[in-house]
Design a protein around this ligand. Structure first.
Ligand SMILES: Nc1ncnc2c1ncn2[C@@H]1O[C@H](COP(=O)(O)OP(=O)(O)OP(=O)(O)O)[C@@H](O)[C@H]1O
Ligand SMILES: [Zn+2]
Length: 647
């Protein structure tokens, strides 16, 4: 039961929720049931069939409608007198500026990608509004509290590269080539050549009349009257043509995104190509079916070439035919293997055609082979637990109960007493360019790299800026905005094509560039260091950004752990919590001493030794208690842990 003061704080609060998906639905329900009266929700998406299994505020009849709006209506049915304001929009839209954020007492994130999380983090810092951040992957989850100047900001620890992707991004709204690879490999390849009984999200696309699994199952079977060519073309036209048409018919989905274009084989292939396709003879001398190759059939030799759409189409059809004609026995049991040439050819071609449809640059077979992805399915219970923890932290924030803020990690197994692991938040990282004013260092060949490379690879991709402005002293080199006159636009686009050293105000070794994002109100200085050579494999960007490093506090811990590397006191592996695009969190509790679980949350030395981020060489602490089946749950308010025995 909440205390009087808590209820008062809850009643007075104006909160902003960002994301009304898996966590968001649970969160909105829990906020409403906890007594919150004024809730604003931003979500850019519409409801998909695949959301319905866990986003319980939505029903089949809502498919295609705004998540934020439907979530509001669903909650108002059982809490009719509270105020819920929905925004069907991208949180990165300019209307959600610092002034917008300033009206809230706390911001609660239920997002699924790094980009949006970083953006919200910056706006919260600029508006000085506390942020409660969250994420789940399968059974794993975490809730963290970010208060300007008091705790780490969301970006204090650099985040590693993404490894998992949400299903909807893969099935409906890919934005990167890796999303197309995951679709081609885990959905299309698995559907055509893998175990037919396995669940496959290719069956569950919203608004598609063929979306029922029964129909979809039949659809991917070859019909008796069809030859390989006809079958291949039917599949092609269905997945790259018809399905895209169906997706396009839901206008709401594309309000904030670029529309894909349907691709039909008849529009890509001329009659001449059709004849060239379907020739299995080039592989006829091959006895070992595992060595057949569509590239060999079609005379394509260099795996580093990026094939045209026509070539991808021919490879797609040819590899499908080769599977059917030469590897028939394996069909139904195939699992994608990167060492299976024909499988890689098929997946590369399928991913490239999908990429072409969504306006994503295509890649070579060599590149495609190297890209791998895994889908982790969401678990409704984890979302519910995490949403509950968000509300607990939000209430503490509203009461400025600083000493009791916790980052809490939801683990997969109640390993050594801990299912929920609370840790005191860290202090801000002094080398974080987002929440402190530390300059960064960029090593770059100023005679070779263009301003465009700097904007794309560093300012957008690494610094996560939305509307960047780049200055050298008082000279504006680049800026984005709706209010620029024609001359300025022409000037900036000509600057983009110039190498750094030849810009109107030359950027060379020793230059300090100022990069600003006006929407995020973030400014960052970058010291330029000229360097001639870069290792193409290790530094593919041809430039290297540094200066944004682990906090010294964490380095100290790492050092200690290296010493303990052979220690046998490890009870659990570091827990990886990956949340969509690029949010891998690793938590390890690490000290040399043994502790009881009951000491964990109240002992600040544990908190300072626990780490969030990519701290791979730490070892978790041993908890000296041998009862494995205990579930530890958090008391709603204090830093004590209550244990409950599972029956
Ligand atoms: N930039 C953004 N602006 C507004 N909402 C966003 C933004 N980025 C992500 N979201 C929302 O965050 C929510 C995240 O929810 P969740 O992780 O459950 O993903 P989902 O797309 O609903 O499910 P799935 O796992 O099937 O992809 C989504 O509803 C998504 O629309
Ligand atoms: Zn920071």
């Amino acid at each position: 039961m909440a205390s009087e003061e808590q209820l008062l704080a809850i009643k007075k609060a104006k909160v902003l929720m960002v994301g009304a998906g898996g966590i968001g639905c649970e969160l909105l329900k829990t906020l409403a049931l906890s007594g919150f009266q004024d809730i604003h929700i931003i979500d850019m998406d519409t409801i998909e069939v695949s959301n319905l299994n866990r986003q319980f505020l939505f029903r089949q009849s809502h498919v295609g409608q705004s998540k934020a709006k439907v979530a509001r209506e669903a909650v108002l049915r059982f809490r009719p007198h509270i105020s819920i304001t929905p925004y069907h929009a991208n949180v990165k839209d300019p209307e959600f500026n610092v002034d917008f954020f300033k009206q809230f007492n706390v911001v609660l994130n239920g997002l699924d990608n790094l980009d949006a999380r970083r953006h919200v983090n910056r706006l919260c810092l600029a508006a000085n509004v506390p942020l409660v951040e969250s994420g789940t992957t399968g059974f794993l989850g975490q809730v963290t509290v970010h208060i300007k100047g008091k705790t780490e900001c969301y970006e204090c620890q650099p985040k590693p590269a993404p490894k998992t992707y949400p299903v909807c991004t893969i099935t409906s709204t890919p934005s990167k080539f890796v999303h197309c690879i995951v679709w081609a490999k885990d959905l299309l390849f698995a559907k055509l050549f893998g175990d037919k009984n396995q669940a496959n999200d290719l069956n569950v696309r919203s608004g598609d009349a063929t979306g029922s699994s029964e129909h979809a199952e039949d659809f991917f079977e070859r019909r008796e009257d069809e030859d390989f060519e006809q079958y291949g073309r039917r599949i092609y036209d269905h997945v790259f043509g018809y399905n895209i048409e169906v997706a396009l018919s839901n206008e709401e989905t594309w309000k904030n995104r670029n529309k894909p274009k349907p691709i039909y084989s008849r529009d890509v292939l001329t009659g001449e190509f059709v004849q060239q396709n379907g020739n299995l003879d080039k592989n006829s001398h091959i006895d070992d079916p595992s060595t057949v190759s569509a590239m060999a059939s079609l005379g394509l030799k260099n795996p580093q070439d990026i094939w045209s759409l026509v070539e991808n189409t021919r490879i797609f059809l040819e590899s499908l035919k080769l599977f059917l004609g030469k590897r028939e026995k394996e069909i139904g049991n195939l699992i994608f293997d990167k060492d299976d040439q024909l499988a890689v050819e098929f997946v590369t071609a399928a991913a490239n055609i999908r990429a072409a449809s969504f306006g994503i640059p295509m890649q070579s077979l060599f590149e495609a082979k190297g890209i791998a992805g895994n889908i982790v399915h969401a678990v409704a219970t984890t979302n519910a637990i995490i949403a509950g923890l968000i509300v607990i932290e939000a209430i503490k924030v509203l009461q400025s109960d600083t000493n009791n803020y916790r980052m809490t990690f939801c683990l997969e197994h109640p390993s050594k007493k801990m299912l929920l692991m609370p840790v005191e938040p860290f202090e801000p990282n002094k080398s974080c360019y987002v929440c402190s004013e530390t300059p960064l260092l960029l090593e770059v060949n100023t005679h070779r790299s263009k301003l465009r490379d700097f904007v794309e690879k560093i300012v957008k991709a690494k610094l996560g800026m939305n509307l960047p402005l780049i200055m050298h002293g008082s000279t504006l080199l680049y800026e984005v905005g709706d209010d620029l006159d024609e001359d300025m636009v022409a000037n900036y686009s000509s600057n983009l094509e110039k190498v750094l050293a030849e810009l109107p105000s030359p950027v060379t070794g020793g230059t300090v560039l100022t990069v600003e994002d006006l929407q995020q109100e973030l400014t960052c200085n970058i010291n330029i260091k000229h360097r001639e050579e870069f290792d193409e494999e290790k530094e593919p960007d041809g430039m290297l950004l540094s200066g944004w490093v682990q906090s010294p506090q964490m380095k100290k811990v790492n050092h200690k752990q290296v010493d303990n590397e052979d220690s046998t006191s490890i009870v659990s592996q570091p827990v990886h919590v990956e949340t969509e695009d690029v949010n891998e969190t690793e938590i390890v509790v690490s000290t040399g001493t043994k502790r009881k679980s009951s000491e964990i949350s109240s002992t600040s030395s544990i908190a300072s030794a626990a780490s969030v981020g990519t701290r791979s060489n730490q070892k978790p602490e041993e908890i000296n208690d041998d009862d494995d089946d205990d579930l530890v749950i958090l008391d709603g308010h204090s830093d004590t842990l209550k244990k409950k025995r599972l029956q």
